[in-house]
Design a binder for this molecule. Structure first.
Ligand code: AMP
Length: 270
């Protein structure tokens, strides 16, 4: 595995079918399982590590986002990647006058709570796609709305890239792995399992035919009563990210909630 920092170096290392796994580093088993899956689908496997400032809001955790390049390089290498692309801020944003704007898809849920977030995500992902000239790219289901945005990006710009969504990797108690879990106190970590537990329970109740509105209200109450501040807990159509009351394939239960200063997101597909 080689660490490369410029587009020129990156492109020199590309041969055959190129696979890309974009990350912000602080790698965990979720990221590594994306890399292992992508390994089977390409000749040259690139993972990128770039903490993208344009997807963070002014009051978000850009400065305290965990950074650990040496450890990340070791972890990524163990999955068999060929190139670890760690560009500088200047390499990715050399004084741009152009960026990507996401419309309605970014107006709800994560997009509403984090204004501008998906513009930053779409812009950096388009850049990474072009920098790596990838043929296949893989993303986690954990960031389901992000996958909808990237699918819309690929459609809007006719990008000839196979997009793969990989299932969410969880701790044994169900908590979705996240680089932000390190910010949870011991007490918050105990409570955090409630997020996925409520998703799984609500999903089972919807499949058994319970009223959608009652199931959603109960889940929000449960989370509130154990100490979460719920940003949203809803049933959505996964391609438009608009609310739906039809719990059918193609819909998902999505949630975001805060424990202290840590914000967790999760979802389950119906
Ligand atoms: P991030 O570094 O948080 O931007 O995540 C990089 C990629 O890893 C994104 O496609 C995420 O959706 C994916 N990812 C993050 N956490 C998980 C997880 N627990 N399971 C599967 N994929 C994940």
């Amino acid at each position: 595995m080689k660490i490369v920092r410029t587009v020129e170096e990156l492109r020199r290392g590309l041969t055959g079918r190129v696979g890309l796994v974009p990350t912000m580093g602080a790698l965990h088993e979720g990221h590594l399982s994306l890399m292992r899956e992508c390994r089977t689908k390409c000749d040259t496997l690139v993972a990128s590590v770039f903490v993208n400032p344009t997807q963070f809001g002014p009051n978000e955790d850009l400065d305290k986002y965990p950074r650990q390049e040496t450890l990340d390089a070791k972890l990524a290498e163990s999955t068999g990647i060929d190139l670890l692309f760690c560009p500088s801020l200047e390499e990715v944003y050399p004084g741009d006058q152009v960026s990507v704007h996401v419309h309605e898809l970014a107006s709800r849920y994560e997009g509403a709570v984090r204004p501008g977030h998906y513009n930053g995500v779409a812009t950096v992902v388009l850049k990474l796609f072009e920098m790596s000239r990838c043929d296949v790219a893989i993303f986690g289901q954990k960031d389901l709305q992000q996958f909808a945005v990237i699918s819309a990006l690929a459609k809007a710009f006719y990008l000839p890239i196979d997009l793969i969504m990989h299932p969410t990797i969880r701790e044994s108690d169900g908590l979705a792995l996240s680089s932000r879990n390190v910010f949870l106190s011991a007490e918050e970590r105990g409570i955090a399992r409630g997020l996925s537990a409520n998703l799984f329970t609500a999903c089972a109740e919807l499949k058994a035919g319970s009223s959608v509105d009652m199931v959603l209200a109960a889940a929000r109450d449960n989370l509130g009563s154990v100490g979460f501040k719920v940003d949203y807990f809803d049933l959505v159509d996964t391609s438009t990210f608009s609310p739906t009351r039809s719990p059918i394939p193609g819909s998902a239960l999505i949630t975001a909630a805060r424990l202290g200063t840590t914000r967790l997101i999760d979802n389950v597909l119906l």
